[in-house]
Design a protein. Structure first.
Length: 276
């Protein structure tokens, strides 16, 4: 029989940049407890079935599988979301999109579109913060649509709607005050695609042509047909793509084009406004 503190000390995750955090999350899940429980009761004995589950989790993590996929959940904004291998794992950097959107539009009624919603992270975060907004979330991957809908139902967010659509394909005739997206933006030959957690994530949610801009080009080109006059388009992109995305927006006639910086000091999102 082993206590919590001993299991955590013995946990070996040599290739993880966040080994201690990973071990705590995995042990807490195996016990059905919170991380704070581990810190409060380090001398508690771990039942044998939980210890076995923890050992299995550690083995999967040593193989490179992301903690979010092992546990089937990930925190984003103020929400706990179900995640799965057919969707991108929501990342803290993407919360910048949510912050910017909440600053951009008032809390009064508005129609908002999230393109390529994946787990529903962005759309559901916005819907949770702005009850008066009507948020539409779309994805072309049917498993992602089903996952986002499960998250929506579990969070009781009745002001959000999840639809199957390849970008704008199912949205004819609709217009929005804000279109927001975290699309694929990694170049096909990027060496990071074979490193770390990204190896386990779906390439369709990551890769966008030779320069990583294919989907961003398409969205910028088509978005004006689905925006209200004076509506905003807001896009996440790679750390080195801000200038290229601003150029796309300006060429398409958007105004007030600018970029915003993430916690790492990179220009991570760019946005522009359709002329009134």
């Amino acid at each position: 029989m082993t206590i919590i503190a001993s299991l955590l000390r013995a946990a070996e995750l040599p290739d993880s940049p966040t080994a201690r955090l990973d071990a705590e999350l995995l042990l807490a899940a195996a016990l059905g407890k919170s991380r704070s429980f581990l810190h409060t009761w380090p001398e508690r004995i771990v039942p044998s079935d939980a210890a076995l589950t923890f050992a299995e989790y550690l083995q999967r993590r040593r193989g490179g599988e992301p903690v979010a996929y092992i546990l089937g959940q990930q925190g984003f904004w103020k929400l706990d979301l179900e995640v799965a291998p057919h969707t991108l794992i929501p990342r803290p950097d993407t919360e910048l999109l949510v912050e910017a959107a909440l600053e951009l539009l008032p809390a009064t009624p508005a129609k908002v579109l999230d393109l390529g919603t994946g787990s529903g992270a962005i759309a559901l975060a916005l819907a949770s913060e702005r009850p008066a907004w009507k948020v539409t979330a779309v994805d072309r991957v049917l498993e992602a649509v089903a996952l986002a809908e499960r998250n929506r139902q579990r969070l009781h967010l009745n002001n959000a709607t999840v639809l199957s659509s390849h970008w704008f394909s199912s949205l004819a005739g609709q217009r929005f005050q804000l279109i927001i997206s975290n699309p694929p933006y990694i170049a096909a030959a990027d060496p990071h695609l074979v490193e770390g957690d990204v190896r386990f994530e779906p390439a369709s949610a990551l890769v966008a042509g030779e320069d990583g801009l294919d989907d961003l080009r398409l969205i910028v080109e088509q978005a004006p047909e689905y925006l209200e006059a004076g509506g905003w388009l807001m896009l996440e992109h790679g750390y080195d793509q801000a200038e290229a995305v601003r150029d796309l927006l300006l060429t398409r006639g958007f105004e007030e084009v600018h970029s915003r910086t993430d916690l790492g000091g990179h220009q991570r999102i760019s946005l522009g406004r359709l002329p009134c």
